[in-house]
Design a protein around this ligand. Structure first.
Ligand SMILES: [Fe+2]
Ligand SMILES: [Fe+2]
Length: 202
């Protein structure tokens, strides 16, 4: 199995996940899977919202249409893992991590700047999810889930790259890189302030 290195070098996350999180997660796999299913749903919903908001941006519409299909197939995959273990979908829980991060999408009349922020926030959610899938892949005991999380890790790493590329399609590359650096710091601060929780992917 070739190993991606979704660490700081590719994903550029400033703060690694607390290693205690995997042990906590494995003991609460029903909650983690339910929360994960909704993460996939939110990823699909967020991409659909961007398509609806920016229908004039053809490349974005094309790329995100493919991404929505992939996120929905991830949702189906998580649902299947839940069913195999005798669990149902369960209720959606608020995702404080995403809510905090989304506060940094600047509003106002600069449409492209808002789009860039939105794409970069989505990129960071992909990066953090990818990092957590890597932890699960490498540490969880259940072999089927190991394989499942490995595949998701690879897919979300691709989404991370796509979101940054899309941002650079509509805004100058140096502005995107500068904003990405700011948001990476903000993301690290959010993670630092959130206790690892037994029932959350983030
Ligand atoms: Fe996904
Ligand atoms: Fe994704």
């Amino acid at each position: 199995m070739s190993e991606l290195q979704p660490t700081k070098t590719i994903l550029r996350l400033h703060l690694p996940t607390d290693p205690r999180w995997v042990n906590i997660a494995e003991k609460n796999i029903e909650d983690i899977l339910v929360d994960h299913a909704y993460c996939e749903q939110k990823a699909a919903t967020s991409a659909i919202s961007l398509i609806v908001k920016y229908p004039d941006k053809t490349r974005l519409v094309d790329e995100l249409t493919d991404l929505v299909a992939e996120e929905w197939s991830h949702f189906e995959g998580v649902l299947e893992q839940l069913k195999k273990r005798g669990f149902g979908l369960g209720r959606n829980r608020p995702d404080e991590y995403v809510v905090e991060l989304a506060k940094h999408i600047r509003k106002g009349n600069k449409r492209e700047r808002q789009l860039m922020d939105h794409l970069l926030v989505n990129a960071l959610i992909e990066a953090r999810s990818c990092e957590r899938f890597k932890l699960l892949w490498k540490n969880i005991q259940d072999e089927e889930l190991q394989k499942f999380y490995y595949e998701l890790m690879v897919s979300e790493a691709g989404h991370y790259v796509s979101f940054i590329k899309l941002a650079k399609e509509y805004m100058p590359a140096e502005e995107v890189d500068a904003r990405l650096n700011e948001l990476l710091q903000i993301e690290a601060d959010i993670i630092r302030n959130l206790e690892p929780r037994p029932d959350r992917m983030h």
